[in-house]
Design a protein around this ligand. Sequence first.
Ligand SMILES: C[S@@+](CC[C@H](N)C(=O)[O-])C[C@H]1O[C@@H](n2cnc3c(N)ncnc32)[C@H](O)[C@@H]1O
Length: 240
Amino acid sequence: MESHPSAEAGRALSRPVSSNQDAPHPRLDELVRRHLATPFRKPPAPYSVAAFEAVARCREGRPLVLDSACGTGESSARLAWRHPQALVVGIDQSAKRLERGQRKLRTAWPPNLMLLRADVGDVWALMAQAGWRLAEHHLLYPNPWPKAEHVMRRWGTHPRLPALLALGGRIELRSNWAVYAQEFARALRLAGRQATLDVPGPAERADPVSPFERKYRDAGHTLWRVLSPEVQAGKTPVDR
Ligand SMILES: C[S@@+](CC[C@H](N)C(=O)[O-])C[C@H]1O[C@@H](n2cnc3c(N)ncnc32)[C@H](O)[C@@H]1O
């Protein structure tokens, strides 16, 4: 693993994920198949409904890029500059992180960026119900929930997985925990999507996409990436 000038500081801040799982969860396939077969009917929280309605008001037919659990929204701003024709929406449940990002971005706010506080699972469900499709969906460094008993809080095995899948689009997930990335890739494949798992090269490592990527890179962690290209709407899941 390459060294980096601020590696010492990073190491002090961030340890590798420690878990009682060293491989994908043994119930992963069963959980994914169960979620795909059973709708999750939890009603969305009012703050998530408000966020969805705000996006609906501003969308104006533009392609939609979603940065789910965006933290401060630094990655969302980067995506917005990269895709000026799209509406880029960063969503996080932490008001504190969003406020920190809003303060930082104030003088350089891309015109096509919205940062909103909501539960992303709720927003996926609301968008899916409305029949929306995404151009791109980014899931950068989700909370790992490393205890095996918390497996259903990870996105690949979450009851909201069907809503995430219904939104389509090119999906990119990054994690500093190999097991998380392996589980997510397997879940996508079980749902009939292609998914590749790799480790971004030195050029990408030199230019972190988000604050957590920077922090984990500086701590010398391996950074994992799952990429899943767009699929045609209505494609039947295979291997169920
Ligand atoms: C490890 S941080 C990663 C932040 C950012 N994506 C990055 O890479 O810098 C995980 C983020 O997920 C957010 N989060 C966790 N569960 C969420 C949920 N259900 N809805 C919205 N945000 C959530 C947390 O508030 C936190 O900001």
